[in-house]
Write a protein that binds this ligand. Structure first.
Ligand SMILES: C[S@@+](CC[C@H](N)C(=O)[O-])C[C@H]1O[C@@H](n2cnc3c(N)ncnc32)[C@H](O)[C@@H]1O
Length: 345
């Protein structure tokens, strides 16, 4: 409960800009932080005391009076709580947990009926950009360069074309275009709101001439019927395959999109090869998201594969073979919570 409550207070810190205000303006009393953020001193005092009690913030003199105490964000904590561009940034998890909790009544109902809960709208929390910093810093600067032939192709003439399926708000596409100045990237996602955000993100990054985004079902007729087949040197599906209700269809479409030679790279959760119990904390994390979000989201399709977040290599191999690939290779890419696969033709 203490951890759960702390995450809810992180939601408040993120939403109200409290971490950024502490980072930018330096140590503050409750009145100063309230003034900086347009909030109410008494609420902020309680939030600061909570955060200091839990060690998230430091207080200069705990013995000072409640209004005189000055709170600071230690530099190591600023990377996690305030700096949205840092790969260690995690405060978006406050948003994640509030969003997940919001649809629990509908998930409980769906668990009885067998269907899916209605899609969760973005408002009022918005969509947390959980992969933004890691994609911009690592995806195309460390992870893809670790796949030598792919890296070589992306750097060489004629300019490579990349399709990025289930691209969400577009950060993987943008990261690839930033790191590889020759390539063009077409991102596709089922979620029209995500695609609108991705277009804005590409504009702001100055990449709209080389990065396009289209709302499309990667496993449906849109994928094979809209002029995409046979054109791409690389098709990526990064933390998206387990979120598709028909992943084998999406892989078949990805295969059809490839030019000769071309390659499909899938990155998905780094889970154990087989079910174990009790399992590692990482496995528990993936199962937690699977139960509350990833599985419910795909249960509305009558033909769903009902994958869930725990997509094991053997399951992905089965989907790959079903889609017409010859095999599946696990790539030696050190990508934290993700595992990289190459599907071989
Ligand atoms: C966990 S999000 C990941 C987004 C992005 N790849 C990232 O890592 O930030 C999964 C995404 O898969 C998309 N998705 C699910 N089913 C899809 C489908 N059939 N076709 C295209 N996108 C799909 C969802 O809309 C969502 O944006």
């Amino acid at each position: 409960m203490t951890g759960a409550l702390e995450l809810l207070t992180v939601y408040l810190g993120e939403r109200l800009g409290l971490y950024q205000a502490l980072q930018a303006g330096g140590p503050a009393t409750s009145a100063e932080l309230a003034a900086r953020t347009g909030t109410t001193e008494r609420y902020i005092r309680e939030w600061l005391e909570h955060h200091a009690a839990g060690g998230l913030l430091e207080v200069d003199d705990p013995a000072a009076g409640p209004l005189a105490r000055r709170y600071r964000l230690p530099p190591g904590h600023a990377s996690v709580l305030a700096d949205t561009g840092d790969v260690r940034y995690q405060a978006f998890n406050g948003i994640e947990i509030v969003r997940a909790a919001r649809w629990m009544p509908q998930v409980a109902e769906a668990m009885r009926s067998g269907g899916a809960p209605p899609p969760l709208p973005w408002a009022p929390e918005g969509r947390p950009e959980f992969n933004r910093a890691v994609f911009l810093n690592l995806l195309a600067r460390q992870w893809l360069p670790a796949i030598a032939d792919v890296d070589r192709r992306l750097r060489s003439e004629p300019p490579a074309r990349v399709a990025d399926l289930a691209c969400g708000t577009g950060w993987s596409s943008i990261a690839m275009a930033q790191a590889y100045p020759l390539i063009s990237v077409d991102g596709f996602d089922l979620d029209a709101d995500a695609i609108a955000a991705a277009r804005r993100n590409a504009e702001e990054a100055g990449l709209a001439d080389r990065v396009t985004f289209t709302a499309a079902d990667a496993s449906g007729p849109d994928a094979s019927g809209s002029g995409m087949p046979g054109q791409y040197d690389l098709v990526t599906i990064i933390e998206g395959l387990h979120d598709m209700s028909r992943p084998a269809d999406a892989l078949r479409a990805a295969r059809a999109m490839l030019a000769e030679p071309g390659c499909v790279i899938v990155a998905d959760e780094l889970v154990e090869d087989e079910f174990t119990a009790p399992a590692s904390i990482e496995e528990q994390f993936h199962y937690g998201w699977s139960v509350v979000a990833c599985l419910p989201a795909v249960m509305g399709d009558p033909d769903t594969a009902a994958t869930g977040a725990v997509l094991r290599p053997a399951t992905l191999r089965r989907y790959a073979l079903e889609a017409g690939f010859q095999g599946l290779e696990i790539l030696p890419v050190d990508a934290g919570m993700l595992r990289f696969y190459r599907l071989t033709r």
